[in-house]
Write a protein that binds this ligand. Structure first.
Ligand SMILES: Cc1cc2nc3c(=O)[nH]c(=O)nc-3n(C[C@H](O)[C@H](O)[C@H](O)COP(=O)(O)OP(=O)(O)OC[C@H]3O[C@@H](n4cnc5c(N)ncnc54)[C@H](O)[C@@H]3O)c2cc1C
Length: 459
């Protein structure tokens, strides 16, 4: 006999625990199932550990550049990866403990630890226990994809999870994949002292960004002596003694790069392959993402999917927003929808990139009449004063409605400054609202009104 609950939530990632909180507050009896680490990817092997280590890498870089600020540091500057890891482990350990403690102490919530699989559309098995509910919420997230490239099974490779556990610095880290995960790790490990090469199959790194943005990021990395190999059409692997040879190109340039360690940062895949979805009749797309509607309902009534596993977002803020959408619809009689969400995200290199809405390429492809404003960070006082003036900002505006279509802010504070544009876009107000706002001097944000005061037609 199954133990019956009002709701079952599978996965304690970025959406599940908050939903359990709302459901139990509403008086529901809820089962929460987590197979491994409470807090999921973000807390344990994603955002929190990487941004904690990006902070260590920033400190190292600043120490190396100290003389340029008139600051003397005696002796060599070096990074102890063990200490960096200990700091990271302490921070993520607290976060994980907070999530787990919150759930275990929550009235109305029963926590199960173990891998959950559907037995039917209303029943889930965890180990020896069979539990059932009228409503089931999936928040199972994803993991690093390991493409079946030639030789990949013959080498020891690292993923975003295992790289975070190293205590000794790689001599030469080859990062395969020039997306945001690969690029963040590349800069971080270079600053820790590793030699780093990025190998990217596409013609440029950060290929979903505009060409000017991705080429500025490449320049920033190359200035720190990171080698960037793009157009790598022949990626394959071969053990070479203690090292690994990574095939890069079959046509021109060095055909391979030999590193001591290889990080595979070639995308993510959803944790939907071992969930028994077929027993519940839940549909997935060709990549394994659970198909959901605009309010995150699957094709099976009474079952919802939130976060990375539904393919509608790939970030912590999108997973959390999924929770808000489901809770609003179920508990607040508020018909929130995924399609109300603007695309927003950051790349947490130094300097970071803050992004919202359409890229310039997308605006051009849409055929909309548009205006564009740009400004290099060398013309942003705060950036110059900080000695961190790499990058630029770019804003695109709909020429007819005067509403902002999108922005990229690559520069110091860009991940924060972009939010004044995010908020005006949500308000659906014209760009002139920001243009006339008085921003604090000296900040990066104070130049956004200036950029908007100098818009030109997008040719
Ligand atoms: C290196 C890296 C850096 C990142 N940096 C950022 C960043 O800076 N900002 C940002 O917004 N996003 C970042 N992300 C993405 C972010 O981590 C994810 O988008 C986010 O964690 C997704 O949350 P989620 O709730 O969908 O799933 P997850 O956080 O992955 O949680 C899913 C949970 O479900 C559990 N689970 C899975 N299957 C089962 C099962 N069958 N039974 C029981 N439990 C199960 C898992 O153990 C896990 O705890 C980063 C990701 C990586 C890999």
């Amino acid at each position: 006999m199954a133990t019956h609950f009002d709701a079952i939530v599978i996965g304690a990632g970025q959406a599940g625990p908050s939903l359990v909180g709302r459901l139990t507050q509403a008086g529901r009896k809820v089962a929460m199932i987590e197979r491994k680490l409470f807090g999921g990817t973000c807390v344990n092997v994603g955002c929190t550990p990487t941004k904690t280590m990006v902070a260590s890498a920033y400190a190292a870089r600043l120490a190396q550049r100290a003389a340029s600020y008139g600051v003397k540091i005696g002796g060599d500057i070096s990074v102890g990866l063990k200490a960096v890891k200990a700091r990271k482990d302490a921070i993520i350990g607290r976060s994980r403990g907070n999530v787990e403690g919150w759930l275990r102490g929550m009235a109305g919530c029963t926590v199960y630890t173990g891998h959950a699989r559907f037995e039917s559309a209303r029943e889930v098995r965890v180990g020896d226990e069979l539990i059932s509910a009228d409503q089931i919420f999936l928040n199972v997230g994803g993991r690093a994809a390991v493409p079946a490239l030639r030789g990949v099974d013959k080498i020891k490779y690292l993923t975003n999870s295992t790289l975070l556990d190293l205590e000794e610095l790689p001599k030469h880290l080859v990062v395969v994949g020039g997306g945001y995960i690969g690029v963040e790790f590349a800069q971080m490990f270079r600053r820790f002292g590793s030699k780093v090469t990025i190998v990217e199959r596409a013609a440029r790194i950060m290929r979903y960004e505009d060409e000017d943005v991705s080429s500025a990021i490449k320049d920033i990395l190359e200035k720190e002596e990171i080698v960037v190999r793009v157009g790598a059409e022949c990626i394959e692997f071969e053990p070479r003694g203690e090292d690994v040879a990574v095939g890069v190109t079959c046509t021109e340039g060095d055909p391979e790069v030999v590193g001591s360690h290889v990080l595979l940062a070639m995308g993510r895949r959803p944790n939907t392959d071992d969930l028994g979805l077929e027993k519940a009749g839940i549909k997935t797309d060709e990549h394994g993402y659970i198909v959901v509607d605009d309010q995150l309902r699957t094709n099976v009534p009474g079952i919802w999917a939130m976060g990375d596993c539904n393919g509608r977002g790939a970030f912590t803020h999108t997973a959390y927003n999924d929770f808000e959408i489901v809770a609003a619809n179920l508990l607040d009689n508020d018909p929130r929808r995924v399609s109300d969400r603007l695309p927003v995200y950051g790349l947490f290199t130094d300097p970071p990139l803050g992004r919202v809405g359409m890229t310039e390429r997308e605006v051009r492809e849409s055929g909309k009449a548009a205006l564009i404003g740009t400004r290099p960070m060398t013309k942003v006082n705060r950036a110059v004063e900080k000695g961190e003036s790499e990058g630029f900002m770019k804003v695109l505006v709909n020429a007819e409605t005067k509403q902002i279509l999108g922005a990229s802010i690559l520069g110091v504070g860009g991940d924060e400054a972009v939010h004044c544009i995010v908020d005006i876009m949500y308000a659906r107000a014209p760009y002139t609202t920001i243009q006339r706002a008085v921003h604090i001097h000296p900040t990066v944000s104070e130049l956004i009104p200036t950029v908007l005061g100098d818009l030109k037609p997008l040719q």
